[in-house]
Design a protein around this ligand. Structure first.
Ligand code: SF4
Ligand code: SF4
Length: 288
């Protein structure tokens, strides 16, 4: 069972929900921090990191002894990562998406694969939770391969909770697709409402069941609730705008450990998610 926690924008409390939900799940749980540009789950849970693994991607290196400067590689590259000159071929590694097109098309076998380091993933554990996060190297922009690497460790016998990056771009899709449920975290403000609508559009394209957690209830207005009703998106939990919660968050602590009533609330949230996943599977004629 894979649950992705997402939000249309940063700062809505997505990581708070992901970490507290992971702690509330009693069965074996994996928590993946896929916000690889700015991972912060480790700042709250302080996992013991036991293994670091590099994430590389192939980029081309041109053998100028073999190259005939035919420009076929440049023409096939959709990302303008190659410029064939009269007697040289320039490779702009940061533009390369490692699609492999130039390797395949070169008639002279002049394109050699070279590894470019994109970042690392780190494995660890904390409080019975199996933890993995990805970290993008400074200056790199290729996020999806790191997210895919993290997700390659999904254990089908465990509950997998993914803290997705904020927004609605390619990295978010990489963290949300092929999951069983998407939990959208938002806040009842005009910005929250605007970005929620974009996030819901993305979720609808992926055709994955979703539900809502509204954080900081009490600020802003009622637009998010009205929208949720209109779009038939269940509001699974509301977290009030509360000084105590803000203080716990600012100290990097867990709500369910400091405010016992929230343990039950997060357990109830998990139960509702499981029910929705099972209902969706029944509707699709899948076995539980
Ligand atoms: S396709 Fe091969 S031979 Fe042609 S320009 Fe590119 S590297 Fe050179
Ligand atoms: S691997 Fe793909 S993206 Fe990279 S340079 Fe070759 S054709 Fe362009």
């Amino acid at each position: 069972m894979i649950i992705s926690i997402a939000s249309g924008k940063g700062g809505t409390g997505k990581t708070t929900v992901a970490t507290n939900l992971a702690l509330a799940v009693k069965q074996g749980v994996q928590l993946f921090d896929c916000d690889v540009e700015e991972p912060n789950v480790h700042l709250f849970l302080h996992p013991e990191i036991t293994r670091t693994e590099p994430v590389n991607a192939p980029v081309p290196k041109i053998d100028l002894e073999k190259c005939t400067f035919c420009k076929k590689c440049m023409d096939i590259c959709q990302f303008n990562a190659l410029a064939v000159l009269k007697k040289d071929v320039l490779v702009f590694e940061n533009l390369c998406h490692s699609c492999g097109g130039c390797f395949e098309i070169c008639p002279e076998n002049a394109v050699i694969e070279k590894d470019r380091s994109l970042g690392v993933i780190e494995h660890g554990s904390v409080k019975g939770i199996s933890f993995i996060h990805g970290k993008l190297s400074v200056g790199q922009v290729m996020v999806p391969p790191i997210i895919k690497k993290v997700r390659s460790y999904t254990d089908p016998d465990m509950i997998t909770i993914i803290d997705a990056p904020p927004g609605t771009s390619c990295p978010v899709i990489a963290a949300m697709k092929k999951t069983d449920f998407i939990l959208l975290v938002t806040e009842p403000t005009p910005f929250g409402f605007h970005d929620l609508k974009l996030a819901v559009e993305t979720v609808r394209v992926l055709n994955i069941p979703c539900g809502l957690v509204i954080n900081r209830v009490g600020i802003g207005n009622d637009e998010v609730n009205q929208y949720a009703r209109k779009e038939n998106i269940p509001i699974l939990m509301e977290i009030p705008f509360d000084k105590k919660i803000a203080q716990i968050y600012s100290r990097g602590e867990m709500i369910i450990e400091k405010l016992p009533e929230y343990k039950e609330k997060f357990e109830a949230l998990f139960k509702k998610i499981v029910q929705m996943i099972e209902k969706n599977r029944e509707n699709n004629g899948e076995e539980k």
